[in-house]
Each structure stands twice: as structure tokens, then as C-alpha cells.
Design a protein around this ligand. Structure first.
Ligand SMILES: Cc1cc2nc3c(=O)[nH]c(=O)nc-3n(C[C@H](O)[C@H](O)[C@H](O)COP(=O)(O)O)c2cc1C
Length: 198
């Protein structure tokens, strides 16, 4: 019989944000994960000069976040991706859970390409990718922009921030609620995947 482990599940939210919008989303993803019992969460900036690779090595789940710049991840996030090739060489993140989010100004803005990039990156590392698990909102006559998953994303989390608004108001509340749900989903999955209590 398998004994249930009593340690906490560890979730890292690893992100880049040029102007604060993606950082605001990262905070909501982390908030959702933290709300799950028996889960510890760290937020790490992808462009931190002293990036805490040890925290990533110890994580049960890593949730990657980048703004969409020119239809793909930001240059800073790509620099992190390339630096992680050292970890890839020893399959250091194999079988950790992975998820991803992006924020951009346009409703589409080619955000799906960024999520695909993050999913392929996670697959290169041998990680297990987690979808949103949320029905699309705002897609019927009864729908509204206040709906959870108003942008109708399934691969990973999408948020949209108006180009002329600061991170204090953009993305709007619906995207932050969606982000919290995604963080919680991955935290719950990390507990199940590792046979952790609760
Ligand atoms: C260099 C650059 C490229 C951008 N490219 C896109 C894009 O391809 N699609 C889009 O919808 N928004 C694009 N934007 C808008 C940003 O995605 C948007 O402002 C986002 O909220 C920025 O996130 P951040 O504050 O975390 O940097 C771009 C912004 C910059 C600065």
C-alpha cells in the first residue's frame, strides 16, 4: 500500500513582465495556488540576474508566464528558456507538472502561439502540461466579458490588458478570477500527481 506523503506541494510561478500586466496575472495564479491546502508557492522573475534555479529544481509544478510580444514570448523569457537547456540536458524537470499563461493587448493578439511555445518548451523538458479545464465564457447571447475564461482558452491561461491602461486595472477582474482558478487547478494536480495529503 502506498503511504501518503505529508510534505507540501511546491508550485513556482516563473514569469517575465515588461510593464506589470503579466506580473499582475502571475500574482493571481499564485493566489489561486496558495489557496489550496498543503501547497507552497514562489514567484520568480525570469529575468532575475540571480535566478533561483534550486527552487525550480525542487518544484512539483512550474507555471510559466510571459507577455505576448510580436506574437511570441518576450525576448527576456526566451533568454530564460535558452538558459534552461542546461537543466534539459539532464532532464532535471522531467515529470514535473507544467502550465502556462500569457497576457497581451488584443483580444486574440496571437496569444495562442505563445501558449504553444510554452507547452512545447515544457514537453522538451519532459514535463506534464495542464490545460485550463474551464469551459469557454463570453461565447453566447447570455455571455459577458465578466465571464470566467472570457477569451475561451483551453491550452493555457489567456489574459487581455488594454494597451492604454496600467496593471492596476488591466487585465480586468474576470481574467484575474480565471487566473486564480488555473493556479488552483495546477496546485491540486501537483498534490494528486505526487500522492500528497489532502
Ligand atoms: C514589443 C511589444 C510587442 C507586442 N506585441 C503584441 C502582440 O503581438 N499582440 C498583442 O496583442 N499585444 C502585443 N503587445 C502588447 C502587450 O502584449 C501588452 O501590453 C501586455 O499587457 C504587456 O504585458 P507586460 O505589461 O507584462 O509587459 C506588445 C507589446 C510590446 C511592448
Amino acid at each position: 500500500m502506498k503511504m501518503t506523503d505529508v510534505r507540501e506541494a511546491s508550485v513556482v510561478v516563473l514569469y517575465h513582465s515588461g510593464y506589470g500586466h503579466t506580473e499582475a496575472v502571475a500574482k493571481s495564479v499564485a493566489k489561486g495556488a496558495e489557496a489550496v491546502d498543503g501547497v507552497s508557492v514562489q514567484q520568480i522573475k525570469a529575468d532575475d540576474e540571480n535566478l533561483n534555479w534550486e527552487a525550480l529544481a525542487d518544484a512539483d509544478a512550474i507555471i510559466f508566464g510571459s507577455p505576448t510580444y510580436m506574437g511570441s514570448v518576450s525576448a527576456q523569457f526566451k533568454t530564460f528558456m535558452d538558459a534552461s537547456s542546461k537543466v534539459w540536458a539532464s532532464m532535471g524537470w522531467k515529470d514535473k507538472l507544467a502550465g502556462g499563461f500569457t497576457c497581451s493587448a488584443s483580444q486574440s493578439g496571437d496569444k495562442l502561439n505563445t501558449l504553444i511555445q510554452l507547452a512545447v518548451f515544457s514537453a522538451q523538458h519532459g514535463m506534464q502540461w495542464i490545460s485550463t479545464g474551464t469551459l469557454p465564457g463570453n461565447n453566447s447571447s447570455q455571455g459577458s466579458v465578466e465571464d470566467v475564461n472570457r477569451l475561451g482558452s483551453t491550452l493555457g491561461l489567456m489574459a487581455q490588458a488594454n494597451a492604454d491602461q496600467g496593471a492596476d486595472v488591466a487585465p480586468p477582474a474576470a481574467d484575474h478570477r480565471t487566473a486564480e482558478l488555473y493556479g488552483a487547478r495546477i496546485a491540486e494536480a501537483a498534490k494528486r500527481w505526487n500522492g500528497l495529503a489532502g
